[in-house]
Design a protein around this ligand. Structure first.
Ligand code: CO8
Length: 258
């Protein structure tokens, strides 16, 4: 598929590096980039096992495109927010894990897309923030919801109300990112993590993701039911037989993804 603002690079073992390439605008998200992201994440090929999202140049994503939004009517803004939310939901619910490798500015919609990913790692150059209320708007791509579910309402409110930008170390301290690396190590570290993930049983990873995502959005009894269902489904896969046989035979499992 052809994209103007996405570069899709297939690494080995089903790991894909998706780079946002609107570098002149610091990868600010416009409608076209959103449509392209939506197209990619709504049809993730069966052979893809883990996706890494990063930004070209010095920025991850410097937010939604302010030039495009400036003259929106209320109804156009609603439609833009809906497209962003639908797209980020595709990322959150993507069949395979998505790692955000945050290489620079992750502001507004940029912070929001990172939080829609399963795991965030950052370079020492990363900067996170939610500048929206300084522009007279609220976060509109899920930021008021996912950020507080990720770092708790206290820090989420502080970031959103003050618009203060934080660096990678502060992001690490508040649990917004899992690891911080030197800029030239970031993608290699993301690939290393992705390769660890894809070496495990694909269906088990998929079911674990579904249990975490769906379970975190419901009450604990329903969540446990979801976990039980996925746990049970694992026992209908060949990979469960292979994983346990390999352990008992003291050798390495060969997972086939079924
Ligand atoms: N939108 C459009 N263009 C942008 C954006 C953006 N968000 N960010 C940067 N750019 C452009 C600049 O205008 C500039 O373009 P040009 O060269 O043509 O003048 C180019 O990128 C380079 O930017 P700077 O010269 O400003 O680079 P600096 O290194 O000096 O500064 C900053 C970098 C600090 C990142 C600065 O560019 C900045 O503050 N950008 C805006 C950040 C921001 O406020 N982001 C939040 C946007 S709002 C949002 O994301 C809401 C999401 C929900 C939407 C809901 C739908 C209704």
């Amino acid at each position: 598929m052809e994209y103007e603002f996405l570069n899709i690079e297939e690494k080995s073992d089903g790991v894909v590096l998706l780079t946002l390439t609107r570098e002149k605008s610091l990868n600010a998200i416009n409608s076209q980039m959103l449509n392209e992201l939506h197209r990619f994440f709504s049809h993730v090929d069966d052979d893809i096992r883990c996706i890494i999202v990063t930004g070209a140049g010095k920025s991850f994503v410097a937010g939604a495109d302010i030039g495009e939004m400036a003259n929106f009517t209320a109804s156009e803004a609603y439609d833009f927010a809906k497209l962003g939310m639908d797209t980020f939901m595709e990322i959150e619910k993507c069949r395979v894990p998505v790692i955000a490798a945050v290489n620079g500015f992750a502001l507004g919609g940029g912070c929001e897309i990172s939080v829609a990913c399963d795991i965030r790692i950052a370079s020492t150059k990363a900067k996170f923030g939610q500048p929206e209320v300084g522009l007279g708007i609220t976060p509109g791509f899920g930021g008021t919801q996912r950020l507080s579910r990720t770092i708790g309402p206290g820090y989420a409110k502080e970031l959103i109300y003050t618009t203060e930008m934080i660096d990678a170390n502060k992001a690490l301290e508040i649990g917004l990112v899992n690891h911080v690396y030197e800029p030239d190590e970031l993608i290699d570290k993301a690939i290393e993590m992705a390769k660890k993930i894809v070496s495990k049983a694909p269906k088990a990873v998929e079911y674990a993701k579904q249990s975490i995502i769906n379970g975190s959005q419901t009450d604990i009894d329903t969540a446990m039911q979801i976990e039980k269902t996925h746990f049970g489904l694992c026992f209908a896969t060949n990979d469960q037989k292979e994983g346990m046989r390999a352990f008992l035979d003291k050798n390495k499992p060969k997972f086939v993804g079924e």
